[in-house]
Design a protein around this ligand. Structure first.
Ligand SMILES: [Zn+2]
Length: 312
């Protein structure tokens, strides 16, 4: 006789597909499908578990439910074989509210295509004029206005994942004279510094090495950001000065975005199932004739698991 409390094939399939063939338990999310060794078929290793049990002696059984309610899609959750056994036997560890919450969160996770976080979103804006400090006096000459340019670089986490340990290496189209953090979350650590080659004097005998004068600004900078939270963009204010000596350099990056070699190379970590993964990316910076900068992110597939212990 047909068990009217059991899920129909259609319901099982819907649960399986809505879970994207993955276990719905947040610390598992194991794939529940694999290729059959016959080279043709697939083996489904997951199962639809009852949230409220289907028989009087089963976990979370609710006597007031009708067979239709018991076998409805809303009473099911897609899980791997191992977790199915646990869910069936331990209602203290897996109460109804917890299973419903995990199911909803898992479907949300699948729906946002967030199995791998999207790359951070960059925006680079060049201002028409110099930004004045909010306090204190500041004088600007006409030549300053011509030589300097102010830019704003905004980084936004474009998916639900928090990105950690961002490391950006910028090769800017002009020398950067200053870099300030325009907005940041308290407790976040953001550092920006010129990425200089350290020249080491080599000589024999005694002597003294002395640096004379200030080092000129460089267009190579390193920026590190401890964490980039969802909906909390980080904004950096950059001031650049035109390369005086290299009109050829300017020409090579103008109008040739496909061959442009000014860029941001970066990497960051994200957490999934208590493990950290590293992703790398490149974003190309272009300049137009009016020295307005723009940024063109391009995805670089560079995902690899890292041996990083999970801090709890
Ligand atoms: Zn599982």
């Amino acid at each position: 006789m047909k068990d009217t409390n059991e899920f129909s094939e259609k319901t099982k399939k819907n649960l399986m597909l809505r879970a994207a063939h993955r276990c719905s338990l947040p610390n598992c999310r194991k794939l529940t499908i694999r290729p059959h060794s016959d080279g043709v078929n697939a083996v489904i290793t997951g199962r639809a578990a009852h949230i409220c049990g289907k028989a009087p002696n089963s976990a979370r059984y609710l006597a007031t439910q009708t067979p239709e309610e018991r076998s409805s899609q809303s009473n099911g959750i897609w899980v791997c074989g191992d977790d199915h056994d646990g869910i069936d036997k331990d209602e203290l560890k897996y109460p109804v509210e917890v299973l419903l919450d995990w199911k909803a969160k898992h479907e949300l996770w699948v729906g946002q295509e967030d199995l791998v976080p999207k790359l951070p979103w960059f925006k680079l804006t060049t201002f028409n004029g110099l930004a004045l400090p909010s306090n204190g006096s500041f004088s600007v000459s006409g030549s300053d206005n011509i030589r300097f340019r102010d830019h704003e670089l905004t980084l936004t986490a474009s998916s639900r994942h928090e990105l950690v340990d961002l490391h950006l290496r910028i090769q800017f189209p002009e020398r950067i004279v200053s870099c300030e953090v325009g907005s940041q979350v308290a407790g976040n650590e953001i550092y920006a510094r010129p990425d200089r080659i350290q020249f080491v004097a080599s000589f024999t005998g005694g002597g003294q090495v002395e640096r004379i004068g200030e080092l000129p600004p460089t267009n190579l900078w390193v920026i590190t950001i401890a964490r980039l939270l969802t909906n909390r963009p980080i904004c950096l204010r950059l001031r650049s000065i035109e390369f005086e000596e290299s009109s050829s350099f300017q020409k090579s990056i103008t109008g040739r975005p496909d061959h442009c070699y000014t860029h941001i190379i970066g990497k960051y970590l994200y957490e999934d199932r208590q493990q950290y993964f590293e992703r790398e990316f490149v974003a190309v910076i272009t300049v137009d004739k009016g020295r307005s900068f723009a940024i063109h992110p391009s995805e670089e597939p560079g995902i690899r698991p890292l041996i990083v212990s999970h801090s709890t």
